[in-house]
Design a protein. Structure first.
Length: 360
């Protein structure tokens, strides 16, 4: 009865277009109540109903319990412990595409090419890519079942707050790799840009957004505007309003050539950066189409509850009015997906970017 009352309250006040949905839920619950031989788990039914319902609205929307909401808020400001890896979906779980130096994953001995099959006893074969970060709920020891070549290994890892940013030089070309686009990484990016500017021989910047799951909308906007002289960054189409956002400052690199690396696992906030630089012809984009999930999302709690939903509240367009979250950002130079090599000198994406660096 409590479940029925929740369903009823959820739909009270909705317009007539939801009446069929209301009736279907009512009829389903009546069948369960009449025929199911055991007492159903009401809370489990509620979560499954909400998850299925909101996924039917948008694949980027999701039901979140209180710990997951806390995780998202902490992730946005960078205070959430991290593993320090980029991953991509694999038939057996998640393949590690990047291990950041001195990260928790590096300390645990995880390597590029490892496939994480289980996380603290939970099989990952059917888990969606966007759900992977939600597995980390606190700073503790997690046990991972890892497939390395044909060998199964057990690895223990303790997430930490080490930054998931990598910076290095290829002669006079700066290389900056971003993972999760959090608010705390903005100042780190700014510091690296100062370092690039302080080198009189700086010839170009390679900004690597491959396998970035995205992150904070505000952080993406602030990073993008570092490279734009007051030019537009993004257009936002809400249900009842339309807005344009432009950079407020100067191009801190003073037109230094930029090459953005992206692939099909470049999502969300990372796509905002890529689209802004491409749309203003500020950077050359190298790789594949990005993932196509860039929307402005908002966490909404249910009244008098600690759980809620994360749901897109706005569609995003690039500076030229092209929708970002539909087909993703198209590259200027297409690179077929290959396994990322440990040595950056053998990375085909970086090799391609270096070919376009102007001669001194």
């Amino acid at each position: 009865m409590n479940f029925f009352l929740f369903t009823l309250l959820l739909l009270v006040g909705c317009s007539s277009k939801y009446q069929d949905l209301h009736q279907s839920l009512d009829e389903t619950l009546a069948i369960v109540d009449e025929l199911y031989p055991e007492e159903p788990n009401i809370q489990k039914m509620r979560i499954a109903m909400l998850q299925g319902l909101i996924h039917g609205v948008d694949q980027c929307a999701s039901y979140l319990n209180d710990s997951q909401i806390k995780f998202l808020l902490e992730s946005a400001d960078g205070s959430k412990p991290k593993l320090g890896i980029n991953v991509a979906k694999h038939k057996d779980g998640f393949e590690i595409k990047k291990v950041f130096e001195k990260s928790a994953a590096d300390v645990a001995g995880l390597k590029v090419g490892d496939v994480i099959c289980e996380f603290d006893g939970q099989p990952l074969k059917e888990l969606a890519l966007e759900r992977f970060p939600l597995l980390i709920k606190e700073k503790k020891i997690y046990k991972l079942l890892v497939l390395r070549s044909s060998n199964k290994l057990i690895k223990e890892i303790i997430p930490d707050n080490s930054p998931s940013i990598e910076f290095k030089w290829f002669d006079n070309v700066a290389y900056l790799k971003l993972d999760f686009i959090s608010n705390d990484c903005v100042n780190q990016v700014k510091n690296y840009l100062i370092k690039i500017n302080s080198n009189p021989k700086s010839a170009a910047l390679i900004l690597d957004l491959r396998d970035s799951p995205g992150g904070s909308f505000n952080a993406a906007m602030e990073i993008a505007e570092q490279f734009l002289d007051g030019h537009p960054i993004v257009e936002m189409q809400k249900k009842y309003s339309f807005s344009k956002y432009a950079a407020s400052g100067k191009d801190v690199l003073n037109k230094l050539p930029i090459f953005v690396l992206q692939n099909s696992n470049t999502f969300s906030a990372a796509e905002i950066i890529s689209a802004a630089l491409k749309g203003n012809k500020r950077a050359k984009i190298i790789g594949q189409n990005s993932g196509g999930s860039a929307t402005a999302k908002h966490v909404v709690n249910y009244p008098n509850r600690t759980d809620g939903l994360i749901i897109p509240i706005a569609l995003l367009n690039d500076p030229n009015g092209k929708r970002i979250g539909k087909n993703g950002v198209e590259p200027d130079i297409l690179i077929e997906e290959t396994k990322v090599q440990k040595s950056k000198q053998r990375d085909p994406y970086i090799f391609e970017a270096l070919r376009f660096v102007p001669n001194e």
